[in-house]
Design a binder for this molecule. Structure first.
Ligand SMILES: [Zn+2]
Length: 322
């Protein structure tokens, strides 16, 4: 126990000496467990309480789709005892640095068999939908994915799914127990609390959101699928599959058509991407503009972050759809 403490202190010390006099000291300097992005950190944070230190690699304002790592990030990854991430189809920025890190020191959530099955089932489901609407949409989807340079057919916005988050939490707890066997009781308590709170939150949100389940809306980027299908929301389309690519003229015309035809009541923009296209499409239509934050930049890290995030998402839907 004392030995461990001393080691951590010594580590802090040597780092502050190295960074002394510079403004570039990493916010990750003392981390033990690292989550790749903010919303994954919500889950990890609940489990590391009173067990070990935890930090998040990408800044809160970053989108996993276009974040570029800083040199200090690579260093932090190398020193971490455990890295929790989603997978390289989502976090392109992680692909290279993580390839040099032993598999025992990382947990790729999208590769956990139970989670992988849920992701693949969703792909199969959306492929069926594409076949049904082949003439309308297939070419479009194909083009967008080609330009994106990586596979966006698999929906890796897995933190939108309470079901997946439960599995992820159990897997994270398992790894923490292996790393800190003396604290396994605390880890188990943290996990039990997380699961109980999540059950409660899910019931609460299902009740709240049932009042708007028929309201048609558009999102800016296709990130909310798991949340929408869990709570039976009625998204009729999105501006883009990859948020770094804005839709072209033809696609915008089609979006305008759908908005009219389906009686869309709200279009959700995102704080990370504020595209003029949303305003242009809405102008003169009376359609409301709402905001959804796929990474929960305003949510403070605490043991309740994940539940708070789900609640804030629900509130964002409600405030525009009600
Ligand atoms: Zn996304």
């Amino acid at each position: 126990m004392y030995k461990t403490k001393f080691k951590i202190k010594a580590k802090h010390l040597s780092k502050s000496v190295i960074f002394c006099g510079t403004l570039f000291a990493s916010h990750l300097a003392s981390s033990e467990v690292i989550s790749s992005i903010h919303p994954i950190g919500f889950i990890t944070e609940a489990l590391t309480q009173n067990v070990t230190e935890h930090s998040i690699l990408a800044p809160v304002t970053a989108s996993p789709h276009d974040y570029t790592m800083r040199p200090s990030d690579a260093k932090a990854l190398k020193e971490a005892e455990l890295i929790i991430w989603v997978g390289e189809d989502l976090e392109v920025f992680m692909a290279k640095p993580i390839s040099n890190i032993e598999s025992t020191k990382q947990l790729n959530l999208s590769e956990i068999p139970e989670i992988k099955t849920i992701i693949d089932d969703k792909v199969a489901l959306s492929e069926n939908t594409i076949v049904e609407h082949e003439h309308e949409h297939e070419h479009e989807k194909h083009d967008v994915n080609e330009h994106a340079g990586h596979n966006h057919d698999r929906d890796l916005h897995i933190w939108m799914s309470p079901e997946i988050s439960r599995i992820a939490a159990k897997a994270i707890a398992q790894r923490l127990t292996e790393l800190h066997p003396n604290q396994s009781n605390i880890v188990n308590d943290n996990l039990a609390q997380f699961l109980t709170d999540l059950d409660k939150t899910e019931v609460e949100l299902a009740d709240k959101l049932s009042s708007v389940s028929q309201k048609p809306y558009f999102v800016f980027h296709d990130a909310y699928g798991y949340f929408e299908s869990r709570f039976n929301l009625n998204r009729v389309g999105e501006f883009t599959i990859n948020p770094t690519i804005t839709p072209g003229v033809q696609q915008l015309a089609k979006i305008k058509e759908t908005i009219k035809k389906d009686g869309v009541v709200c279009i959700f923009k995102e704080p990370q991407f504020t595209p003029a296209v949303v305003n242009a499409v809405v102008q003169g239509t009376g359609v409301k503009i709402g905001e959804l934050d796929p990474v929960g930049a305003n949510i403070q890290l605490s043991k309740n972050s994940y539940q708070e995030y789900l609640k804030s998402l629900a509130d964002s839907y409600l405030s525009c759809l009600e």
